[in-house]
Write a new protein. Sequence first.
Length: 89
Amino acid sequence: MAKKAWRERNKRKKETVKKYAAMRAELKAKRDYAALAKLPRDASPSRVVNRCFKTGRRHGYLRKFGYSRLTFREAALNGLIPGVVKASW
């Protein structure tokens, strides 16, 4: 289980990305890389991390389901994800 602080930090990063999105696009269009470098680091979309909806784990994230591989497997085996059936695990 991920720490609550990590989840909150990721939420703040998402808000910062939204806040500076228009400004970043404008500076990129102008190719003003000096001004772009002066923006906060967390304004870059590449700093936002995909995290598991249930546990907050960042590694092994499956975008289609929003779960990490461990949580996905557990939910699929219990039949909690519609349309996903066990093949041969």
